[in-house]
Design a binder for this molecule. Structure first.
Ligand SMILES: [Zn+2]
Length: 141
């Protein structure tokens, strides 16, 4: 679900989603929040007074206290390049596994050899921004 937020002039009187008991009057600013599924199967539209939208956000933060997120190290251009190469290597290894012949008696040995290379790539990419989450989900890229 991807929310999209925009501010505009209210073109009609609507109820404020924050339950502030005041209507959003025509020609006053309104914050409109669209929610939609990625495949657009479901959408919803909520209107807020701008101040109510901020209050709504502050309420949310109050219920979800601040947690320090470890900062991602900024990679040098050289490191970015190396990281990119590792990602491409990973994709081609995954592809090779896909192309292996199941009936080959050495199939499992070949897979294991490639898996070992993939494991090494994971070790190598750790210090270059970390293992891409997509790798862990079993996807190629
Ligand atoms: Zn309101």
């Amino acid at each position: 679900m991807i929310p999209q937020v925009s501010m505009s002039w209210a073109s009609k009187v609507t109820k404020c989603r924050y339950n502030c008991d005041k209507a959003i009057e025509t020609a006053t600013p309104v914050i409109t929040v669209f929610f939609r599924n990625k495949d657009k199967t479901w959408t919803a539209k909520h209107g807020y007074h701008p101040a109510c939208w901020i209050q709504n956000g502050l309420d949310h933060l109050k219920n979800n206290p601040f947690v320090m997120i470890p900062e991602k190290p900024i990679l040098s251009d050289e490191d970015k390049k190396t990281r990119h190469q590792i990602i491409r290597k990973h994709a081609s290894l995954k592809q090779r596994i896909g192309k292996l012949d199941n009936d080959n008696p050495k199939y499992h040995i070949l897979v294991a050899k490639i898996e070992a290379q993939i494991a090494q790539l994971m070790v190598n990419i750790m210090s270059l921004g970390g293992v891409p989450t997509k790798w862990l989900n079993g996807k190629n890229r």
